[in-house]
Design a protein around this ligand. Structure first.
Ligand SMILES: Cc1cc2nc3c(=O)[nH]c(=O)nc-3n(C[C@H](O)[C@H](O)[C@H](O)COP(=O)(O)O)c2cc1C
Length: 143
């Protein structure tokens, strides 16, 4: 059975925790998940996948993390057309603007974004966010 990759960047662990819950949701639905930091894979490893998830917190000023994640996502955008992608991440003092921008960006690249901006949370995931992450995983497994 092919695995669904859940690739994330996380500075202080909140988005990493979310990634684990997305992975749990995938596995609850009978599919295999591979939860991995983007430092440990290349964008090319997503090229042949029709479904995957990307996670990143709000950094900079409502931006993706610039050093690693932004170049990673730029590379993914080149082959994102027709892919089904789940986006998730944590934020702090903002209102989730970075995720609205990110979702619009991936849609503009031709991706189908599953779950929209549902899987975002303020700092560490609370019960509601845990459920939203698992739901995203379940949706990806069904896609
Ligand atoms: C350099 C830096 C920039 C940030 N910029 C924003 C921001 O623009 N908007 C926001 O809501 N939170 C911002 N945050 C807060 C983080 O998104 C928040 O702490 C998040 O939970 C970090 O997730 P992580 O533990 O996965 O790294 C920023 C944090 C840092 C360290």
């Amino acid at each position: 059975m092919s695995e669904i990759i859940v690739a994330y960047w996380s500075g202080t662990g909140n988005t990493a925790a979310m990634a684990d819950y997305v992975g749990q949701g995938i596995e609850e639905s009978g599919k295999k998940a591979r939860v991995v930091s983007i430092s440990d894979i290349t964008p090319d490893s997503l090229k042949d996948a029709s479904v995957f998830a990307l996670g990143c917190p709000s950094m900079g000023a409502e931006q993706l993390e610039e050093g690693e994640m932004e170049p990673f996502v730029e590379a993914v955008k080149a082959f994102a057309a027709g892919k089904t992608i789940g986006l998730f991440g944590s934020y702090g003092w903002g209102d989730g603007e970075w995720m609205r921008i990110w979702e619009a960006d991936m849609k503009a690249a031709g991706a189908r974004v599953v779950g929209g901006e549902d899987a975002i949370c303020n700092e560490a995931p609370d019960e509601e966010a845990v459920e939203a992450c698992k739901e995203l995983g379940r949706d990806l497994a069904r896609a």
